[in-house]
Design a protein around this ligand. Sequence first.
Ligand code: MF3
Ligand code: CO
Length: 256
Amino acid sequence: MITRKNAAELEKMRRAGLLVYEILQRLKEMVREGVTTYDLEVAAERMMTQAGAKSAFKGYYAPSAGTEYPWVLCTSVNDEIIHGMPNPKRQLKAGDVVSIDTGVQLEGYFGDSAITVPVGEIAPAVQKLLDVTRESLELAIAKVAAGNRLFDICGTVERHVQLNGFSVVREFVGHGIGTHLHEEPQVPNYIDRRNENPRLKEGMVLAIEPMVNAGRPEVKVLADKWTAATADGSFAAHFEHCVAVTANGPWVLTRP
Ligand code: MF3
Ligand code: CO
């Protein structure tokens, strides 16, 4: 069942969403050569505590990993796509890109968002990967309207990525969000005809999160059981927003 949120519930999701936005903005400002992914983790956890929020990720159990996720951030560098772990030994260097994904629970409601940030000067081909991934998210957001269907969103991401010569990851998907981090429906970044194609209705909230590889779509999971990286070593990008269906069109909860 896809839950629908009323105005009061959406206001709570908005507060969670804006906190996630503020955290990501702060972390983006911190990103430069020499900073470690653990430095970002420490700053993010402090901001959550200060805001009276709980991490949506820390303690999250994933059957595939067989463990609880130990951090408030996922920091995925270069060929890492998602679920990279903050690490005090992982110093960022010029030319890297770091995907920062975080989520909070505030007053019972979740917010979840991700950005991919360049470190110093990056190669033009990598900048294009970031641009195309961000554009695919924006094009998908524009389809979040009552009466449209889920596949409109999935197909929009897939088409924009493929037209630009990149590939979408198939093993991981976006999701509904509300009083749980992961709710129905799954939101793949491609049209999966095995799934249903529900119509979008007012009050539904989707976490749309294109995960895009510069090279081939295949994924490998690293020895830590969490980090998903490109199988071919190519760079990857990831952007995510929570978007509510309203009578006035898409409401992006995770930005002002
Ligand atoms: N944004 C990701 C998601 O929606 C991050 C989850 S990390 C985890 O699934 F630790 F919570 F699993
Ligand atoms: Co998510």
